[in-house]
Design a protein around this ligand. Structure first.
Ligand code: AMP
Length: 311
């Protein structure tokens, strides 16, 4: 698999790198990390990163990216990171690529690439990119290694989740060998602003409980009042984690632009992805995302989650 990917990269002069919409640390980390691997090894190739880059997370990465529009009049190889299904690829122009390599760690629902490097037991897409680095001649810069480290840390919550295994530590170790400063990387990820305390206060004062399910709702008005973007609405979901009585916890954020409500579902034990799939979503067994068409649908979602708990 690794050699197949490198061979394909070598065949193309133009390579576009994609990841999912609503990007998180792993989506950006694997995208910027992959960009860096290719640019460091083959400086003359035209490498593009695709999607929306307005997120405040972008500033946390050091990879020097040349943001240019893809020249699809040439033969372009697309590499899609961290994205289970085609609808969630950020920048649907990926369809103009001649061939696609998919690199992902979600539960497999759609193997849309000509080459599919899929491993749902891997902690993160960034870990898979490090595997590629470790098993081939591809080179990486310190900035690229930092991006991949942020991706692994983001998706494992600092090596906390069950998806963390010896491969994850091996990947982290390979990145540390490049000389990255992990404390400054942690500062970037976890140093908060005073306004975050207001969000914490709001959530603790207003979260809801239904049986063994806890959740908070952020309306558009709440987001404005708390001065946070809608993309960051689910960042606080784990404030409700680690409570014995709550088996499932969720963040629900209004999206007035798309006229829906984004849901982030988490559990220690219950496969919430099954329910998420019913609501235009999916993801991992214990961490999934979904969308409600309107807030009234929340009653249905809660009913389905209670059924899951009682099964
Ligand atoms: P989130 O709650 O947005 O942090 O997402 C948790 C996990 O589920 C991530 O791995 C996402 O990539 C995935 N995910 C989120 N929303 C969706 C969706 N609508 N469809 C499929 N997967 C999703």
């Amino acid at each position: 698999m690794y050699d197949k990917i490198v061979k394909k990269i070598e065949e193309y002069d133009d390579i576009a790198i994609y990841r999912h919409i609503n990007p998180d640390f792993d989506a950006f980390g694997s995208q910027f990390g992959m960009y860096d691997l290719i640019k460091t090894t083959y400086p003359d190739k035209n490498v593009y990163v695709c999607g929306e880059f307005s997120s405040e997370l972008v500033a946390k990465y050091d990879v020097l990216v040349d943001y240019r529009d893809v020249n699809y009049s040439k033969d372009v190889l697309g590499i899609v990171l961290d994205t289970a299904n085609q609808e969630r690829i950020d920048d649907q122009n990926y369809k103009l690529c001649k061939e696609i390599i998919k690199i992902d760690h979600h539960i497999v629902v759609d193997s849309y690439g000509q080459i599919n490097f899929e491993d749902s037991t891997a902690s993160s897409a960034s870990q898979l990119v490090v595997d590629l680095y470790q098993n081939t001649k591809l080179q990486i810069s310190k900035a690229g290694a930092g991006a991949l480290y942020l991706g692994i840390i983001g998706d494992t919550a600092r090596f906390l989740y069950r998806s963390t295994d010896k491969r994850t530590f091996k990947a982290a170790s390979a990145l540390i060998e490049t000389g990255i400063d992990i404390v400054s990387l942690y500062d970037r990820m976890y140093l908060k602003k005073a306004k975050d305390l207001n969000v914490n206060k709001f959530i603790l004062n207003n979260y809801h409980v239904d049986g063994n399910i806890a959740y908070y709702i952020l309306t558009n008005e709440d987001l404005k009042m708390l001065e946070i973007s809608r993309e960051r609405g689910s960042d606080y979901v784990n404030m409700l984690s680690g409570i014995e009585e709550y088996y499932i916890w969720m963040a629900i954020t209004e999206n007035t632009a798309d006229q829906n409500w984004r849901v982030s579902l988490r559990s220690r034990k219950y496969p919430v992805n099954k329910v998420a799939e019913k609501y235009n979503g999916g993801g991992h067994l214990l961490a999934s995302g979904a969308k409600l068409q309107n807030i009234e649908q929340l009653d249905d979602l809660l009913r389905d989650l209670k059924e899951l708990i009682n099964e």
